[in-house]
Design a protein around this ligand. Structure first.
Ligand code: IVH
Length: 683
C-alpha cells in the first residue's frame, strides 16, 4: 500500500480504537498494539508533511506552548436554564408547556444536569473545527486546542458502525454533517481526587470541587496540562440547520452513533416522558443514584423533545421556555448557627468552624461547617442564632453559603473573630496579605505540638507506623511527649499498660528505633519546617549534605539551591534561629538519626547527568520510581514531570502511557530502558 493511503487508513483505525477505548470502554486491541499503530502513523506523517491534518489522532497529546484564547461569537447565544427546586415548579412548567402548545401532545426528554462548564463544539463536514466556552453567553473563549486533548470528544465523526468504521478524511463522496453540539466539560471524581492528591503532595492549593478543577484546567494555557488531567465531556444538545431528526433525544442518539458520549455508562441516564409522574420517577431515581455516577451532577434537565415545538415555545430574555432545570434539593439545607469554635492546625493557622443544629444534607447529618477566615465571616455579617444555608460544595466539605437575615433573632450578637488562640491564649497574628490568622506560640500550643508530632511520624516522613493520632494524643496528655525528640525517650515500661499491652508497647518502641535509619532528606522533611515539603527537603538535603551546613546557611546560600525561593529560605532560617528547635535537632542527632547524606549517597554523586532533563515513565523492575528520581538528582540531572522539546531523554519502564510515547516520538526524544540507564550512570 502506498504510504499516503496507509496514513489515511491508520487515522481511521486509530480514531475508531480511541472511541472503543474511551467512549465504549471496550478496546479491541492492546495498548501496545495501539502504541505501535500510533508510532507508525507519526513516522509516516513526519515523512509526508503535505498530509497534515489538525484532527489526526496524533494531535491529542497537547502542547507545552503558551496559548492565548481568542474571543469567538456564538452562532446561537448560549443561554442558561431556569432553575426550580420543588415539585410544584415542575408541574407549573409542564402545564405552561401544555398551554403554549395549545393541547398538542408532546414528549419531555429527561436528562442529568452535569455540574461542569458548558462548551460549544463546531463540526464542519464531519470534522471538529472549534470549541468555545460559554463566556458571557454571546461570546466565549476559543479553547479548541485544549478540547482536542479530551479523548471522548471525536475529532472526526464516525458515520459507520463502530465495528467497521467509515471515518472521514478519505476522499469520500458521502456528504458529512455540519452542526454545533453543546455539552458539559467535567472532571470525573477519580481524576479530581488524583489531581488533588498530587497537588497536596506538591503543597499546591487544592481545588474545592470538580467544577472548579475542570474550569481551571480548561483555561490552562498549555494544552499538554489539559491532556494530563483526565477531563471528560457529555454532550446534551445538537443545533444546526440540517439536523438528523426533529427529536432532540433522537439527535442525541445519532450523535452517540457518530462517536459522541451523551450519557455516563451507567445506563438509563436519559429518558423520554409524557407525564409529570414519569418525570418524577426519573428525578427520584437519580436523586438517590447519582452518587454512583463517575461525575458530579446537580439536578435534572427537562426538555420538550420536538425541535419544532421548541421553536414554537421560544425563549424568554434569559432562558428557553421549552426547558427547565430541577435542582436536587438535599444539597442545601437551612439550620441555626449555635456557636463558632476555632481549630488550630499544625502550622498554627486558626480556622473558624460553625457549629449548627444538626440537619440532613445529601444523605448525612451535618452539624459543622468551615467558615474559612475572618473575612468570610464578615462578608455574611454572621450573628449567633442566625439561620444559615449550608451546602456541600461539590459534595465534599459542607460550607455556609448564605444567611437568612430576615429571620435573625432580636438582640443577637455578631460573630467576632477571636483575638487570642482558643487553645493556649496567645494573641493571634495575621500576616499581611494572608487571610488566615496564626497562633505564634508554636512551642507551647497543644494542637501545634501534636500536629508536628503527627507529621513527624507519618509514612512519608519517619514512617513510625505503629503510632497514630490517638496514641500521640494519649502520650501527650500523659506528659510523655512534648516534642518530636521525646519520642526517642519512650520506654516499653511507660506504655505497656502495667504489663497488659507489653506486645504493642514493644512494637511501638521498635518502630521508633527503626526510624533512626530513615535517610537524611526525610528527616529534613519530618522536622515540619513551614513550606518545606518533600521536594524542597530533598533539594536542601542534597545540596547541603548535612544538618550543620543547612542550619548555618544564610538566605543567599539557601536560595542558591534551584527550586528554593525566598519564602522557603526565610522559613528555614526562622526555624533554625529558634533555640528550642536547635535543641531538638541536637537531641535527634544524639539519638542517632541520620543527620547527613549516607556514604552511598555521597559517593554516588557524579555529574554524569549534568544539564539533563529526564522524564520517568512506566513501571520498573530494578528500582522504584523514587529511587530513580534520587539517582537522577545524585548524578546532577533534573527529574521533570512532563515531556517537552527540552527533555533530554525518557527513562521508560513497562507500560509507558500511550500519550507520553506519542509525544516523545513526535518530538524525537530518546527513550532509554532501565538497564541502559543503570549502565550509563555506573560507567
Ligand atoms: S441544556 C438553552 N442540558 O446547565 C439551555 N444544560 O443553566 C441549554 N447543563 O450552563 C442547556 N447539564 O452547561 C442542558 N443535560 C443538560 C445539562 C445542561 C448541565 C448546564 C449547562 C448550562 C446550565 C444551565
Amino acid at each position: 500500500m502506498e504510504e499516503k493511503e496507509r496514513i489515511i487508513q491508520l487515522r481511521k483505525e486509530l480514531h475508531a480504537h480511541n472511541y472503543r477505548y474511551y467512549v465504549q470502554n471496550s478496546p479491541t486491541i492492546s495498548d501496545r498494539e495501539f502504541d505501535f499503530l500510533m508510532k507508525e502513523l507519526q513516522q509516516l506523517e513526519e515523512r509526508h508533511p503535505d498530509m497534515d491534518d489538525p484532527n489526526s489522532p496524533t494531535r491529542r497529546v497537547g502542547s507545552d506552548l503558551n496559548q492565548e484564547f481568542r474571543q469567538v461569537k456564538h452562532r446561537y447565544p448560549m443561554l442558561s436554564l431556569t432553575n426550580t427546586y420543588n415539585e410544584q415548579d415542575v408541574r407549573d412548567w409542564f402545564e405552561s408547556v401544555e398551554r403554549g402548545l395549545a393541547g398538542e401532545p408532546f414528549e419531555v426528554c429527561c436528562e442529568l444536569k452535569y455540574d461542569g462548564l458548558s462548551i460549544s463544539l463546531i463540526y464542519e463536514n464531519g470534522q471538529f473545527v472549534q470549541a468555545v466556552t460559554r463566556g458571557d453567553g454571546v461570546q466565549g473563549d476559543d479553547v479548541t486546542e485544549n478540547v482536542k486533548t479530551i479523548r471522548t470528544i471525536p475529532l472526526v465523526i464516525n458515520q459507520g458502525t463502530s465495528q467497521s468504521p467509515t471515518l472521514t478524511g478519505t476522499a469520500t463522496t458521502d456528504k458529512q454533517p455540519s452542526f454545533e453540539i453543546r455539552g458539559e466539560i467535567l472532571m470525573p471524581w477519580k481524576s479530581f481526587e488524583r489531581l488533588n492528591a498530587e497537588r497536596e503532595a506538591a503543597e499546591e492549593p487544592l481545588f474545592a470541587n470538580p467544577r472548579n478543577a475542570a474550569s481551571g484546567t480548561l483555561k490552562s494555557q498549555k494544552s499538554e496540562v489539559v491532556a494530563q488531567r483526565g477531563l471528560d465531556a457529555y454532550l446534551y444538545y445538537m443545533l444546526g440547520d440540517e439536523l438528523p431528526s426533529d427529536g432532540h433525544y433522537e439527535n442525541l442518539m445519532t450523535a452517540a452513533s457518530w462517536g459522541f458520549q451523551v450519557v455516563p455508562r451507567n445506563g438509563n441516564c436519559i429518558k423520554k416522558a409524557t407525564s409529570v409522574e414519569e418525570i418524577f420517577d426519573f428525578i427520584n431515581h437519580w436523586d438517590k443514584e447519582r452518587k454512583n455516577l463517575p461525575v458530579a451532577t446537580d439536578g435534572i434537565v427537562l426538555k420538550v423533545n420536538s425541535m419544532r415545538q421548541q421553536r414554537a415555545l421560544g425563549f424568554t430574555a434569559k432562558s428557553p421556555r421549552w426547558a427547565i432545570a430541577y435542582k436536587f434539593k438535599a444539597e442545601r439545607a437551612c439550620t441555626r448557627l449555635v456557636e463558632v469554635t476555632y481549630q488550630v492546625g499544625r502550622t498554627g493557622a486558626v480556622t473558624p468552624v460553625a457549629n449548627m443544629e444538626p440537619v440532613q444534607l445529601a444523605g448525612t447529618t451535618v452539624k459543622r461547617a468551615t467558615l474559612n477566615n475572618e473575612d468570610f465571616i464578615n462578608s455574611f455579617d454572621l450573628h449567633i442564632g442566625d439561620y444559615v444555608y449550608v451546602e456541600k460544595g461539590g459534595e465534599i466539605i459542607p460550607k455556609i453559603v448564605g444567611v437568612d437575615v430576615e429571620n435573625r433573632p432580636l438582640m443577637s450578637q455578631p460573630v467576632i473573630f477571636v483575638r487570642c488562640c482558643p487553645e493556649c491564649g496567645t494573641p493571634l497574628v495575621r500576616i499581611e496579605g494572608e487571610a488566615a490568622h496564626y497562633c505564634p506560640n508554636d512551642s507551647g500550643c497543644p494542637p501545634q505540638i501534636k500536629g508536628r508530632i503527627e507529621h513527624f511520624i507519618c509514612r512519608r516522613a519517619m514512617n513510625i507506623d505503629s503510632l497514630g493520632p490517638e496514641t500521640v494524643d494519649d502520650y501527650y496528655r500523659q506528659g510523655l511527649i512534648h516534642n518530636i525528640a521525646d519520642l526517642y525517650d519512650i520506654r516499653v515500661s511507660q506504655i505497656n499498660g502495667d504489663g497488659t499491652r507489653e506486645k504493642s508497647a514493644k512494637k511501638i518502641v521498635a518502630s521508633i528505633d527503626a526510624s533512626r535509619n530513615v535517610p537524611f532528606e526525610r528527616v529534613v522533611f519530618a522536622l515540619g519546617i513551614r513550606f518545606v515539603g518533600e521536594t524542597s527537603a530533598r533539594l536542601l538535603a542534597r545540596h547541603f549534605k548535612n544538618i550543620d551546613s543547612l542550619m548555618t546557611a544564610n538566605a543567599d546560600e539557601l536560595q542558591e539551591v534551584e527550586g528554593i525561593g525566598e519564602v522557603i529560605a526565610k522559613s528555614v532560617m526562622a526555624y533554625f534561629s529558634n533555640e528550642e528547635n536547635r535543641n531538638i535537632v541536637e537531641r535527634l542527632r544524639a539519638y542517632g538519626l541520620q543527620m547527613s547524606l549516607s556514604e552511598e549517597q555521597m559517593s554516588a554523586t557524579s555529574n554524569r547527568l549534568a544539564g539533563k532533563s529526564i522524564v520517568i515513565s512506566g513501571v520498573f523492575e530494578h528500582h522504584s520510581r523514587d529511587e530513580y528520581k534520587i539517582m537522577i538528582e545524585q548524578n546532577g540531572g533534573k527529574n521533570v514531570g512532563s515531556i517537552s522539546s527540552k527533555t533530554s531523554f525518557i527513562l521508560a519502564g513497562d507500560n509507558m502511557g500511550p500519550s507520553k510515547l506519542q509525544k516523545a516520538e513526535k518530538l524525537g526524544i530518546k527513550i532509554m530502558s532501565e538497564e541502559d540507564f543503570l549502565s550509563m550512570i555506573s560507567e
